[in-house]
Each structure stands twice: as C-alpha cells, then as structure tokens.
Write a protein that binds this ligand. Sequence first.
Ligand code: PLP
Length: 363
Amino acid sequence: MNVRFVDLAAAYRELAEEIDSAIAGVLRSGWYVLGPEVEAFEQEFATYTGAARCIGVGNGLDALTLILRGLEVRGGQEVIVPSNTYVATWLAVSLVGAVPVPVEPDIGTYNLDPGKIAAALSADTAAILAVHLYGQPFDLEGIAAVARQNGVPLVADGAQAHGALYRGAALGGAPSRATAWSFYPTKNLGAFGDGGAVTTDDEELAGRLRLLRNYGTKEKYVSDRIGVNSRLDEIQAAVLRVKLRYLDRWNGRRKAVADRYLDDLAATSVILPTVPEWAEPAWHLFVVRSEQRDALRRRLHAGGVEALVHYPRPPHRQAAYGVGLSLPIADRIHAEVLSLPIGPHLGGDEVDHVVSLVREMDG
Ligand SMILES: *Cc1c(COP(=O)(O)O)cnc(C)c1O
C-alpha cells in the first residue's frame, strides 16, 4: 500500500463543484485583484480567527514582513524568534533589516519556551515573533506576559495553525498584536497558489497594512508610504471562502488521525507530541521523535509510506545564517523528528498501515 504525505488533488475532488463555480464566478465578474471576494474573505476570516480585522496579502512571508514593517521594526533592531521553525520566520526579520535572535523551544511541545526569552532580550529588542509550530498553539499567555513586561509587541506566525485553539479561543486576535497566516496549498487552509493574510485587533496597524500591501496607496496613484505589491487574488479568495467553510470539519479529520496515532503508538519507542491541557492543535503535522529517525524513515519508505522531516536543517545551520550559533535543542529536534502522514483525506486503512510499520521498528 502506498501512503502519500498529502493528497491535494483529493481535497480538490471533494469540493470540485463548489470550487469550480466559485472560480467561474470570479472569471465572469471581470474583477481579478482586490475586489469583493477578497473583502468578503477578509471579513469571514477575521470572524473565524476572532480578530477585529483581516488584511489579505500575497503569501505568508509577506504577511510576517508587512507586520514587522507596520510595527516600524527597523535595521539594527532585534526580534526574538524560535530556534525551531521554518526559515521564513527568520527571513521576515532579516528582510526588514533587523536581526533574528533565536530562543530555544520546549523539547516536549517544540514551541518557544517563555522561560528562556528574558535572557535574550536587550535594549534593541523590537518584538517577539513566536510560531504556532506544527499546528500547536504556543504558550500564548506565558509569552504575552513576557512581551507585556518588556513593552514589546508579540507577533504570531500562524502559518501552520488555522483552526487551532488556545484555552478554547481562536488564535488571530489579542494578546498577539498581529498574526500572520499563509494559504500555501499544503497548509490546513490552502489556496490553489500563493496567498496570505494578517489578522489583528489593532485598527491602526490594520490601516497601515492596507496601505503597505498596495504600493502605499489608499487612493489610486497617491503613495503615502513606500509600499509593496502583495495582494490576495480574487480567485484565491473565492477558493478560500469555500474551503474556510470546511476547515473545522477537515481539522476534525486530522484530529481523528492524530488521536489514532496517539493511542496506537503510545506503547512504542517513538516519542509522541506533548499536548498541553490548554491546547487544541490544528494538527498541521504529526511530528514524532526517535533516536533512530533515519532508520524509521527508511522503514516507512520501504513500506510505501511517505514520511517527511520538518525540517532537515534549522535556520541557524542554513548558509543564509551561517553564524555558528550553538542551539543544541534545535539541533537535536532536527536530528530526531519525523512527520507521519496526516490530513483530511487519509484513509483509516492507510493509518493502520503507518501504525503497523512504526510498531515493527520495536519488534
Ligand atoms: C509556510 C510557512 C510560512 C511562509 O508562508 P508562505 O505562504 O509560503 O510564504 C511562514 N512560517 C511558517 C511557520 C510556515 O509554515
């Protein structure tokens, strides 16, 4: 049996009729950039994430970069980032000319450890940028408290966490000053191309971001700020409006897969993800850890199961950041993690197959 890591075409097939008609509607309308679909999606996604405002942008990296620009983070300043994240989190900081200052995660949740942030703060710290990694909310109250005590804004990278809950509440609004979202096709809420958004309760920041995403203009041909072109397309917004209606249902299917792995792999030697009592993950990824990670991956591949590593190389080991930092927890995570297939279109028999292969490792 072959088990693919994700099946994006299956996601399309399930909703084909609705998606085709949403796309056709945009094509017929004659309006393709920043129009009624984007506006409607912005309202619906703001409501979904519990935030006052949503601003659609071109992709997740732009969402992060524009938030930092909107908060006036500049060259020479520092931004606290997790050592364990996708490199885009760091890139956003570098792209505004600031310096990413990594802080190590908790080895159980893989998310930023609030207790380690204080030692990394300096007079130049302009923001804390934390990531709801693998779909698991970070310790929102713990990190927000550190941000508040030190008078810096908390920015969240929610690119992997659409639909995750923290103490029963959605992640888009306060206490984070702003949350960045990506709608890259593989994300829990994915478009058929690139897309992104910012959600925030801060009206002023929302206004600045609306300018920045569109050449710095409020009125056509009048530039108030040096902006960029980072807009969400009408077609992608129309697709996202359809898929948003299925997000909770599809996340529910992800959770059912996660629950099976958590039960059926509990007695094996792989280390399962730790879920704090206040977290309801969106299960973007199901990440296990093993000292025999590479052997486990080979075993799964030999059995037809595609398992991936998120990520093979931490940001501080990338040539782009070749600065020789010592971040042993991030290094260990990157050497030991393996992501098992999870998604709304994974069959029960496919989960059985993955479980039996992982169990064989111990036998
Ligand atoms: C996907 C992702 C991004 C970047 O999103 P793009 O839309 O691909 O630019 C940023 N941060 C994290 C954690 C991501 O997973």
